[in-house]
Design a protein around this ligand. Sequence first.
Ligand code: SF4
Ligand code: SF4
Length: 432
Amino acid sequence: MRKSSYTVVVDGARGEHLLYNTANAAFAALDDEAFGCYLAGEGAFADALVEAGFLTDLTTEEELAAQKAYFDAQRADRSELTLVLAPTYACNLRCPYCYEQGHNAIKGKMSPEVMDAIMRFVEARYAEHAFEKLTVQWYGGDPSLALDVVEELSTRFIDWCDARAIGYSAMMLTNCNLIDEDAVKMLAQARVGFVYVTIDGFEETHNARRVSAMGLNSFQKNIDAVKLFVKYGIEVRAVMNVDRVNWPEFHPLRNMLRDEIGIDLSCGRLCDYGHFFGSRGFAKPNFDLFEHDEFSRMMHEEFVEGGFDAATIADMLQPVPRFCNGQRDNYFVIDTIGDVYLCDGIIGEQDRVIFNVLDEPTREQLHSVSHDPQDSAQCRNCHLLPICQGNCNWERRATGMVCHPLLTTLPDFLRDYRSCFDVEPAPFVRLA
Ligand code: SF4
Ligand code: SF4
């Protein structure tokens, strides 16, 4: 028997050895004797270790092949068609950190010809394989600058889906600066179930980072729009892009949004996606970026301070079929002029266009994904592969943040998990 490629070993408290298998989520706390059996691949506890998957008779290649088969099966799942649509590249903010700056010089909004082609594309995918659900993500630029396109396409999608009993849902990313009550009513009718909104700090900080091209108070615009979304039953997922400068505002802002509006605020690390940190106003002292590992550890501390239970951690550490929707065949990002991409992070990069929706795609073009983790030697040799699946390919390319945060913090989360169980380690404790 050999040790599974996906068994992680961590020193626990009380002299225990904590084992976790990332491919099947088995967890155990071993004393020295049982751990000796694991190291030797034989002995009194070998059967239990094999049953749990910590030891295996599969070769490294066979374990990888099993991972690949799982990834490929999920990738080919066509029960859902997902479209990310950019009705315009225009944006009415001038955020110093925006990675889309200079990405695309295309002006205006999506034409009727492109909208018709998108409908034909949906019909063709349905004829090829009758999917059960159509999901649309409104993206940009800012889709609020082309709400007529959003309204028209939504109506066509909904009518088309309803006539075939196909489920339809949508979400939108927006900077909120043009969102008023009429817009929110229309979006509710267009079945936009949730919106992603960025709030980068309190008024002064936010307005210096999310700069309105029209000189508006973009913080107040966000707050007003968020209240309207809540009023009309559209879920708000608010995110703060954090660095060392605005981080002190995160907790007070989160509390304010919870107490006064009833929405939660999460945070994400502000990254130099466009490789221009130090210029264009995206520079110290107004911005100061966290390192990847530093931020991963901070997020673990946040997690601990917030209080946790075993079920939450178990959920976080489950194997996943993919990192993102870009790893599904039936996921297409379509921009204003109908160019199709495999990943929303690269929209506007001309050398990453797969085909144009006005043209007839080849089978190969239709069956491509943003990234297959096993194309990377680093991922093939990684014990975290089953719970990472290659991380965000765009972030890896754009920022050098190559890996999943759990590559840094998995040992801490495993110790946290063990601490949820008041069980002596005598001598092999398999925990749920
Ligand atoms: S690779 Fe990253 S940016 Fe691209 S679709 Fe996946 S999560 Fe989105
Ligand atoms: S992206 Fe990094 S953490 Fe994820 S599987 Fe690849 S090597 Fe492992």
